[in-house]
Unconditional design. Structure first.
Length: 369
C-alpha cells in the first residue's frame, strides 16, 4: 500500500506540461487512486456548518495514535474502524434512532455500544428508599406499540446508582447486527428506568440527556467497532512498484546528476510529507492534518553490511551481481522493511465521525532487499 501512495504522490506533484487538460486528468486519476487506498469511493463533502466531533471519538484517536496519526499500539482497537452515530429523534420519550446507512455491507460488526449522558439527579425531599435503579434498553419491534411486550425486545439491562453524572455505556451488539442485516428492522431503541426488581417509580430516578433539550456534546450516541476486512500487503521485495534499481556504474564516468548522487548514498529512510490540505481533503479530515510517510532511497552496494538490514536473498543477489555470475541481475533495492499503520478521524457522507486504521502506510525503516 505504501508503494501505491508513493507513486500517487509523484503523480500529484507532476509538473504541468504543455497540456493543462492532460495535467488535470493525471491529477484527477491520481486522487481517485488515492481515495481507493483509503477505501473511499468519493471524497465526502465538508460539513455544511462547523461541527464539533464527539469528544469520545477525539479521545479515542488520541489514545490510538500520535499527533501524525501513526498508531501507538496496534492492539488497542477492536477491528480497524470505529463509527459514531448521533441520535436522529427529537421526541420527549426516551426513544432513540440511529441511521446506519453508511455502514458498508462487508463490514463485520464486532461491538456496538449505546452511549447515554446521565444528568445530575434533581434534589428531592425526604430520604430515598433505594440507592439503585434498573435501566433497561429495548429494541423496538413495533413502532405503534413500543411499550407492549410484543413491540419490544430486551437487549441490555443493569443496575445504576441513583447518584452521579456522566456517560453510561450499554452493549447492544446483537440489535445492531439485526439492523445491518435488514435495514427495515431498524425502528430504534427504547430506554426505561425502574426500581429494583422492575417496580415502577413515581418519578424518573435517573434522566439521560436527549437530542432536543441538551447540548450536542451530550446527545445520545451509538458507537460501532467494525472490521472491513482490509489488511496490509506483505513487506515489499526487490520488484516493489516504483523501486526498480538502476545500474550503479552508469554515472561513475560522467557528470554526477542529482539522481546518480542519490544512488551513491547508502540505503536509508528519508522524509515524505503528505499534506491533506494540499490534496484538497482538509474539509472532511479532522485529524491528522497530514503525516510523514517516509520513503527509502540509496544504494545497496557489495558487500552489504548489517546496517543495511539485508535479507539472505539480497546478500546472494549482491554477490551474483558483483561477480557478474549471471547476466541481467541487478543489485538489491532499497525498500521499506518495516511498515506502520496510520489512523484517520474524519466526517463521512452523512457527517458521522469515523476513526479508521490503515495498514502499511508509513515506512518505519529501510533495508536492502
Amino acid at each position: 500500500m505504501l508503494g501505491t501512495v508513493l507513486l500517487l504522490l509523484v503523480v500529484l506533484a507532476r509538473p504541468v506540461g504543455p497540456s493543462p487538460a492532460s495535467a488535470a486528468s493525471w491529477r484527477a486519476e491520481a486522487l481517485k487512486r488515492l481515495l481507493e487506498v483509503f477505501g473511499i469511493e468519493d471524497p465526502p463533502p465538508p460539513p455544511a456548518h462547523f461541527k464539533q466531533p464527539p469528544q469520545y471519538m477525539v479521545d479515542l484517536f488520541n489514545t490510538v495514535a500520535n499527533a501524525d496519526g501513526v498508531t501507538k499500539n496496534p492492539d488497542i482497537l477492536e477491528g480497524n474502524t470505529v463509527r459514531s452515530f448521533l441520535d436522529k429523534t427529537h421526541g420527549e420519550k426516551m426513544q432513540f434512532l440511529f441511521i446506519l446507512s453508511s455502514v458498508a455491507k462487508n463490514e463485520k460488526i464486532l461491538t456496538a455500544e449505546l452511549h447515554l449522558f446521565r444528568l445530575w439527579p434533581k434534589a428531592t425531599d425526604g430520604p430515598k428508599r433505594h440507592h439503585f435503579c434498573q435501566v433497561s434498553i429495548y429494541q423496538i419491534l413495533d413502532k405503534t406499540e413500543p411499550d407492549s411486550p410484543q413491540g419490544q425486545k430486551l437487549v441490555a439491562s443493569r443496575l445504576l446508582s441513583l447518584q452521579g453524572s456522566g456517560w453510561e455505556v450499554f452493549a447492544i451488539t446483537q440489535a445492531v447486527r439485526d439492523w445491518t442485516e435488514d435495514e427495515s428492522s431498524n425502528r430504534g431503541l427504547l430506554v426505561t428506568v425502574h426500581g429494583l426488581g422492575g417496580s415502577p417509580l413515581d418519578s424518573p430516578a435517573i434522566q439521560f440527556a436527549s437530542s432536543r433539550d441538551h447540548h450536542e456534546s451530550k446527545r445520545p450516541m451509538l458507537v460501532l467497532f467494525t472490521d472491513d476486512g482490509r489488511r496490509g500487503a506483505s513487506l515489499p521485495t526487490a520488484d516493489f512498484p516504483g523501486r526498480c534499481c538502476t545500474p550503479q556504474h552508469s554515472s561513475l564516468n560522467g557528470p554526477r546528476s542529482t539522481r546518480s548522487l542519490d544512488r551513491l548514498q547508502p540505503c536509508q529512510r528519508h522524509p515524505l510529507s503528505v499534506d491533506f490540505e494540499e490534496i484538497g481533503w482538509s474539509g472532511w479530515i479532522i485529524s491528522p492534518r497530514g503525516y510523514n510517510a517516509y520513503h527509502c532511497k540509496g544504494s545497496c552496494p557489495f558487500p552489504l553490511g548489517e546496517n543495511m538490514r539485508p535479507t539472505n536473498h539480497a546478500t546472494v543477489q549482491s554477490i551474483i551481481n558483483a561477480l557478474k555470475l549471471s547476466e541481467g541481475v541487478s543489485s538489491p533495492c532499497c525498500v521499506p522493511d518495516k511498515l506502520h499503520s496510520i489512523n484517520l478521524l474524519y466526517f463521512d457522507d452523512d457527517e458521522n465521525v469515523v476513526l479508521k486504521q490503515y495498514d502499511d502506510m508509513v515506512a518505519g525503516s529501510c533495508g536492502c532487499h
